[in-house]
Design a protein around this ligand. Structure first.
Ligand code: CS2
Length: 495
């Protein structure tokens, strides 16, 4: 089979091999500027928008990608060469694979190279939404106080030089200032990051920043800009060589950076927009007055469930989440955590049967074709575990509920940060902005079993709870003594 480089000039040649966009990309306007074009944006929002653009009358809602960091250069280079086209490979549990060419991204600006162009794009009358997937770290809040971190050198620079933006806040402020001066309505700021109250967080941070930089602008933002909260969901593993190979072999397409994902997709959004929105309800996006019950459910079951498998899984030497699910000890441990500890302290969610939701999670995690690495799940655990796992633990401590599953995971995280190897002696692939601090704290465990917990920025006052400390001490002793996480998991379930 002849191999075609993916770009617009080859669409005619590949249209019989793969589903291609049915809309005229040249006629689209960029109604959305998206900051942070990673795999997740491409499997989720860009896919929803792609499906929308296949319907008539929706040409205002194309996406212009934007990267604010040097690290975005690679995706920028790849997508530009492909006319911003890429393949989404959906892998079903039964082995079925759907591959679709996604055409909803129609432009990409690398703001590190062309900051003025980036600002004027966001300030353009066509732009009605600026959406974000910038990860937890991108929000620039202080881990202990939750307040905006003014000490960051780029932030200091932007406050003194509003015309030379560096961070997301500098860019958003510069663009909103231009819109205001030009008499244009603001855009909506739509956070799609996996953090609770993501819109409220973006609002609080942008207002703190602009109050320092330009108080008048801050007042206008407070009055006119909407920041809907959203809950986003689709498991999207890191793209692997097998994905590129599959497209070449199966479809004769050379795509330098496709995205693989699971079939499941969900997006729950608060219906508050500053300047119109795409009719995504046609595609099953749920518009609701308040997303908090949905995000709480997802973070405490799905994301926490991932970590409950991932941290012990890394220690045991399971490479992927589905490998963990094939191990009955891990699978039962995870379900028990959800049933016994997480669910009893969750509020009911309208229209959702939590038992069914958890059954679906088990099926999703077990999908043998997704091969989501435990290394991805364990990355940035310092940002994840305090948000995903601690609320369940704290609620159970307050209510006298069970705590052993969550406690085991924290003890395992300490062991993982200390040893940095799995039980077979293989080095762990650890990626965490706090990895040095975590390692330093965990290393003291041999002489001070509670050393890891002294990181108050992560654990708050957890150490003051005697019931927790007894359990934690027991787990640490067993883990460091036996060096067999799987046996420890089994013993927790046998109690
Ligand atoms: C994962 C998420 O990063 C993680 O720890 O739990 O990336 C998860 O796959 C997504 O939130 C699914 O929507």
């Amino acid at each position: 089979m002849e191999i075609f480089q993916l770009n617009k000039d080859h669409l005619a040649q590949i249209k019989d091999r793969i589903a291609i966009p049915n809309y005229d990309r040249k006629k689209l306007k960029a109604g959305i500027v998206h900051i942070g074009v990673g795999g997740f944006h491409r499997s989720h929002q860009a896919y929803y928008i792609h499906q929308l653009l296949e319907k008539p009358g929706t040409a205002d809602w194309g996406i212009c990608g934007m990267g604010l960091r040097e690290g975005d250069r690679r995706i920028y280079d790849v997508l530009r060469k492909q006319d911003y086209l890429y393949t989404l490979i959906t892998r079903h549990p039964d082995g079925r694979i759907d591959s679709t060419l996604i055409g909803s991204i129609i432009d990409f600006i690398l703001a590190v190279d062309t900051p003025k162009l980036a600002v004027s794009k966001m300030a353009h009358p066509d732009t009605r939404i600026v959406s974000l997937t910038i990860t937890e770290g991108g929000y620039n809040f202080h881990p202990v106080t939750g307040a905006f971190d003014f000490d960051h050198p780029d932030i200091q620079h932007e406050i003194a030089h509003p015309d030379d933006p560096k961070t997301v806040y500098g860019f958003l402020a510069a663009a909103l200032r231009q819109r205001r001066e030009n008499g244009l309505p603001p855009f909506t700021i739509l956070s799609c990051d996996n953090i609770q109250h993501n819109g409220a967080m973006a609002r609080k941070m942008l207002l703190a920043f602009t109050e320092r930089q330009d108080p008048e602008l801050a007042g206008w933002i407070a009055q006119t800009v909407h920041f809907p909260n959203t809950m986003v969901d689709r498991i999207t593993p890191v793209t692997a060589d097998r994905d590129m190979a599959y497209l070449r072999e199966e479809h004769g397409i050379a795509d330098a950076w496709p995205v693989t994902c699971e079939p499941f997709i969900q997006w729950v959004v608060e219906d508050r927009f500053s300047n119109g929105r795409p009719p995504l309800e046609q595609l099953g996006v749920q518009f609701v007055p308040d997303v908090s019950p949905y995000e709480k459910m997802k973070i405490r079951l799905l994301n926490a469930g991932h970590s409950v498998l991932g941290i012990p899984g890394a220690i045991h030497g399971h490479p992927t989440i589905n490998a963990c699910m094939e191990d009955p000890v891990f699978a039962t441990f995870m379900r028990n955590f959800m049933d016994l500890e997480a669910t009893p302290v969750l509020d009911p969610v309208e229209g959702i049967d939590l038992e069914k939701y958890k059954d679906t999670l088990e099926e999703r995690f077990a999908n043998p074709n997704i091969k989501d690495s435990v290394a991805r799940i364990c990355s940035e655990s310092s940002a994840k575990l305090p948000k995903f796992l601690l609320p369940t633990l704290q609620k159970n401590l307050a209510a006298g509920g069970p705590i052993t599953y969550a406690t085991l995971v924290l003890a395992a995280w300490c062991y993982y940060s200390d040893k940095q190897q799995d039980e077979n002696g293989a080095a762990l692939e650890i990626s965490d902005v706090m990895s040095d601090e975590l390692h330093r704290a965990a290393r003291e465990t041999a002489t001070d079993p509670a050393a890891f917990l002294r990181q108050k920025n992560l654990f708050g006052d957890l150490m003051d709870d005697n019931r927790f400390m007894d359990q934690y001490g027991l787990m640490i002793r067993q883990l460091y003594g036996q060096k067999d996480i799987r046996a420890l998991m089994q013993s927790v379930m046998d109690r």
